[in-house]
Design a protein around this ligand. Structure first.
Ligand code: G3P
Length: 217
């Protein structure tokens, strides 16, 4: 499974990068609003940090023509930019045009397999299924993401289902079991994946025992 980091915070990206396990970054307007950067400056800085890995930057327009224009501007920032477009009819119209021009898109705010089918038909590169927000309203977010992924395979669409709105490490395990190719994680959840108290206890004991040994340095 590929791991994207779902953040607009440069310090979080730098920390996660040290582990060398990050395959991309996704942002959204709410995350960008938490920073002091202009959108363009922020995306450029993230792209420079990530080198050739995909960085999703979201449009704010809601009419197809404006989405298309904004997407073209965002795509000019850096070759790694993936334009994030809401899953509305106007958005999908723009996705189709952008796909024809080989501009990568991440169709966001997907909550159902039918929506995912339409996004795939329009030529989305990635389709972000918001599992946490589905759970919030009593649905099974991971199950819906899995259904979306099965449809992509069934119809041989190239679009990749991206598990988004991740709240905890169990989401990641469930999505991984379903074969979801990518998840985008908040930094907090990324940290949760690596941590286990038994690992810390075990390591402490190994190091203490090593100090007592005559044979180890
Ligand atoms: O980037 C989209 C998504 O990951 C948002 O997550 O936590 O605001 O539902 P959340």
């Amino acid at each position: 499974m590929n791991f994207f980091l779902d953040t607009a915070h440069i310090d979080e990206i730098k920390k996660a990068q040290k582990w060398n396990l990050i395959d991309g970054v996704t942002t959204n307007p709410s995350l960008v609003a938490q920073t002091n950067y202009s959108h363009k400056e922020l995306i450029l800085e993230i792209c420079n940090l990530l080198k050739d890995k995909p960085v999703s930057a979201e449009v704010l327009s809601v009419s197809s023509e404006k989405i298309y224009k904004e997407a073209k501007e965002l795509a000019k920032i850096h070759p790694s930019v993936v334009v994030k477009i809401p899953l509305i009819a106007e958005g999908l119209k723009a996705v189709k045009k952008l796909h024809a021009e080989n501009i990568a898109t991440n169709v966001t705010l997907c909550f159902s397999p039918n929506q995912a089918l339409l996004a795939a038909k329009a030529g989305a590169t990635y389709i972000s299924v918001f599992v946490g927000r589905l759970d919030d309203i009593g649905h099974e977010g991971c199950e819906i993401a899995s259904q979306c992924h099965k449809l992509m395979k069934e119809y041989q669409y190239k679009s990749q289902i991206l598990g988004a709105s991740i709240r905890h490490s169990k989401h990641i395990f469930t999505l991984a079991q379903a074969g979801i190719p990518i998840s985008t994680l908040p930094f907090k959840v990324f940290n949760q994946l690596i941590q286990h108290p038994l690992t810390d206890i075990g390591l402490k004991k190994f190091l203490e025992d090593a100090k007592k040994s005559k044979h180890l340095p």
